[in-house]
Design a protein around this ligand. Structure first.
Ligand code: HEM
Ligand code: HEM
Ligand SMILES: *[C@@H]1O[C@H](CO)[C@@H](O)[C@H](O)[C@H]1NC(C)=O
Length: 424
């Protein structure tokens, strides 16, 4: 119960306070991009959003933020000095890997607090039609945005269609827009300019002790500009934007780890058990399967990170993968207990049957799942063929080894062994 009250209070406070999602490019930590989705926009699904571009006062020719996952089709806002101590916000549309075209349809307004402020170049911007224009999904936990920076002397142009030259650095990243939602300020980036109302408000939002105080802001979200609803100091909770440039590395790592474990090592560990003469084969099996499992656990980590950040955890591939990995936890335990019982009793128990067949089912599912992963990630034709060949050859060898073993009489094939575990 207490937890529920706390949760309700927290969500009310969340509604009342401006929240920002922030992103700093990994290649240039001097620049920060922030967004805020006001509560009213969030609840009605349409309306204004705010963003801020902050950069050093000098050394930047232009700095841009855009909604989209690449240049083509992105709605880009380029910020540059206007030559009079303020900044120009230039809305453009990306058409390809060329200079984005000026887009007069974007309703962007430069707000108070913008300009060359101290050592910073700041653009506080309200966009009234970005949601419609860019088809922006403000409920997205991984909304794709782009950034780009051109170093050099300030452009000093007040024209929103000024010519710009190609960026030095750029990239794609994701905002968790649910964490950018909150507040109803007309300008969330400046400190309150009506301290009296903000202090009464603060009692409700900061402590969270008085539910009535907390809910008050939501009753007057429509009231306009600078009177009652600029309760924010710009200190709302901050979520750090996610840098998408690591994704290809994660995909590759995930694919290599999982492919090695499921298409190569697990089958190899099973084959060894069936083709090697008795002796150390069970230990070899244990070592190979154990190593494969550890490698797969590392691969699982990358898979989960990919799934979370690309919103793909509900995909068949990720679900099968998690089921397979969950099921795998029993294998070493079953294997070891079986092996131990075999040594003690001198004969196979039902555990051998369970371990072998559970293991087979999981391995087969895992091998197939690798194919689904390549499909999901749109891997190349050659990539898919390479995986099919490796998995096919290993799978066929495994099947043949196992079949051959049983045809020869399985564990009953040999006269009583010298080493007691030799025929298990
Ligand atoms: C994740 C780890 C493991 C996996 C995926 C796995 C998988 C398998 C599979 C698929 C088989 C049947 C081979 C066939 O297809 O003919 C098998 C058999 C066997 N495994 Fe494992 N295994 C694992 C770990 C272990 C461990 C730690 C031991 C401990 C010694 C062990 C001991 C055995 C033994 C003794 C057999 C032979 C059972 C029989 O004669 O039917 N396994 N394992
Ligand atoms: C049986 C275990 C698994 C195998 C063999 C496997 C294998 C693969 C392979 C080969 C790819 C293609 C990567 C690429 O082409 O770049 C892939 C992609 C992917 N895997 Fe797995 N995987 C397994 C388990 C998992 C699990 C447990 C998760 C998440 C919980 C997961 C999440 C993903 C995601 C999200 C992608 C797609 C990435 C993208 O679309 O860019 N995988 N997997
Ligand atoms: C820049 O322009 C905006 C919008 O007109 C204004 O609110 C702001 O005060 C200006 N900044 C400076 C430093 O003049």
């Amino acid at each position: 119960m207490r937890l529920r009250i706390a949760a309700v209070l927290a969500s009310l406070a969340h509604l009342a306070q401006a929240q920002f999602s922030r992103f700093t490019p990994p290649d240039d930590s001097t620049v920060t991009y922030s967004v805020n989705v006001p509560s009213l926009t969030s609840s009605s699904g349409s309306g204004a959003i705010f963003f801020q571009v902050k950069a050093p006062a000098s050394g930047k020719q232009w700095v841009a933020l855009g909604i989209g996952s690449g240049m083509v089709g992105a709605h880009i806002f380029v910020i540059y000095t206007d030559g009079t101590g303020n900044v120009t916000v230039s809305a453009r549309t990306g058409t390809g890997h060329v200079e984005p075209e000026y887009n007069p349809d974007a309703k962007v307004t430069l707000l108070e607090g913008s300009g060359i402020v101290g050592n910073n170049l700041i653009a506080n911007v309200r966009c009234d039609n970005c949601i419609d224009l860019a088809g922006l999904d403000i409920t997205s936990k991984a909304s794709s945005w782009v950034w780009a920076i051109k170093n050099g002397d300030g452009l000093d142009s007040s024209s929103p269609s000024a010519e710009i030259i190609q960026h030095d650095t750029m990239g794609v990243f994701a905002y968790d827009l649910t964490k950018a939602t909150g507040g109803n300020s007309a300008n969330p980036f400046v400190a309150s300019n009506s301290p009296s109302s903000s202090s009464t408000r603060a009692a409700g939002t900061s402590g969270g002790a008085t539910p009535t105080g907390s809910s008050a802001p939501s009753s007057s979200p429509t009231s306009s500009s600078d009177s009652s609803d600029d309760d924010d100091t710009g200190s709302g909770s901050v979520s750090i934007g996610f840098d998408f440039s690591v994704i290809p590395k994660w995909q590759k790592t995930h694919a290599i780890l999982m492919g090695t474990a499921f298409a190569v090592l697990f089958p190899l560990g099973a084959i060894i058990l069936r083709v090697l003469p008795s002796g150390q084969k069970v230990h070899l099996h244990m070592i190979i399967q154990g190593s494969a499992f550890i490698i797969a656990i590392a691969g699982l980590g990358y898979g989960v990170m990919l799934g979370k950040n690309l919103q793909l955890l509900h995909e068949t591939h990720a679900i099968i993968g998690m089921v397979v990995m969950g099921g795998m936890f029993f294998q070493p335990i079953l294997g070891l207990i079986h092996h131990w019982l075999f040594k003690v009793k001198g004969k196979r128990t039902i555990l051998a049957f369970i371990h072998a067949n559970w293991g087979r089912a999981l391995m087969i599912l895992g091998i197939i799942n690798g194919g689904l992963g390549l499909e999901l990630a749109n891997n190349t034709h050659n990539g898919k063929i390479a995986y099919s060949v490796v998995a096919g050859v290993m799978g066929a060898a495994w099947f043949a080894a196992s079949a051959f073993y049983y045809i020869r009489g399985g564990s009953q094939q040999n006269p009583p062994p010298k080493r007691r575990d030799s025929a298990e």
